[in-house]
Design a protein around this ligand. Structure first.
Ligand code: NDP
Length: 247
């Protein structure tokens, strides 16, 4: 039986762990060849690649710091070259360094914008040369783009609002080629970045309507849907998946 993404080639940035690894596995389970990038954790990247290959698809990992525009672009070029093109790009790599005023500083501001925004801009710009008509660009933003229930997240939220703005513009730019561009905005998801058994979780969990964190696989379900033919009329959308945090 043909799988929904058979014959498609995907790249997931920050695919070694957390939400990115779950998305990579789900796209592979749906039949896509999937390359991943990682920052420094080669062991985790190799483990994810092994899991992807076990699903019967082609896969490889590229070390590429999303904060370095040339590295972010080069990863796109390499993935497209090795796969012979690209159909799906998932910008997932991201950092969150919460710091309230007055402690927050310009270095922390710059670092979060470099990874969360510069990397997305550089990668999409490079991908525009490679991604086939009818392709998909999916950005992992955050519900913090438009809601901020705790102190310390001003800059993080601003980076995620920035990528939501980029997505709306790119949906217009790439619409004539039927390339659909959307941003997924999760609430709290149980990963190394935001563990469900951490202190911060005790603050966030009761703010959700469902009273729990998401599993990374629940975010991957939405990414797989947006990558599929089923999502053919969705572009420029910012879709919350937050257990009701932002209601
Ligand atoms: P994790 O910290 O669990 O995983 C981060 C992944 O991104 C790893 O694969 C890591 O690679 C990679 N990465 C980190 N920095 C860079 C960089 N500079 N260049 C390239 N890759 C990098 O994070 P999550 O899975 O929780 O988060 C993934 C995305 O989801 C982020 O954009 C985050 O902002 C967003 N998000 C997360 C939420 C949550 O509650 N967890 C909520 C809302 C949004 P390596 O393994 O090499 O370190």
């Amino acid at each position: 039986m043909t799988k929904p993404l058979s014959g498609k080639a995907a790249l997931v940035t920050g695919g070694s762990r957390g939400i990115g690894a779950a998305i990579a596995k789900r796209l592979a389970a749906d039949g896509a060849d999937v390359a991943i990038t990682y920052a420094g954790n080669k062991d985790a990247a190799d483990t994810t690649v092994g899991a992807l290959e076990a699903l019967g698809v082609r896969s490889f990992a590229l070390q590429a710091d999303a904060a370095e525009p040339d590295a972010a672009a080069d990863a796109i070029h390499q993935a497209a070259e090795r796969f012979g093109g690209l159909d799906i790009l998932v910008h997932n790599a991201g950092v969150a360094n919460f710091a309230p005023l007055p402690e927050d500083d310009f270095a922390n501001y710059r670092r979060q914008f470099a990874v969360n925004v510069d990397g997305v801009f550089a990668g999409t710009r490079a991908a525009a040369d490679h991604i086939r008509d009818g392709g998909r660009i999916i950005v992992i933003g955050s519900v913090n783009a438009h809601t901020m229930p705790t102190p310390g997240g001003a800059v993080y939220g601003a980076t995620k609002a920035a990528v939501a703005g980029l997505v709306r513009g790119w949906a217009r730019d790439l619409g004539p080629r039927n390339i659909l561009v959307n941003v997924i905005q999760p609430g709290p998801v149980d990963t190394d970045l935001n563990p469900a058994d951490g202190d911060f979780a005790n603050v966030l969990r009761p703010l959700t309507a469902l009273g729990r964190y998401a599993r990374p696989e629940e975010i991957a379900n939405l990414a797989a849907f947006l990558a599929s033919d089923q999502a053919s009329y969705i572009t420029g959308a910012a879709i919350d998946i937050d257990g009701g945090l932002a209601i």
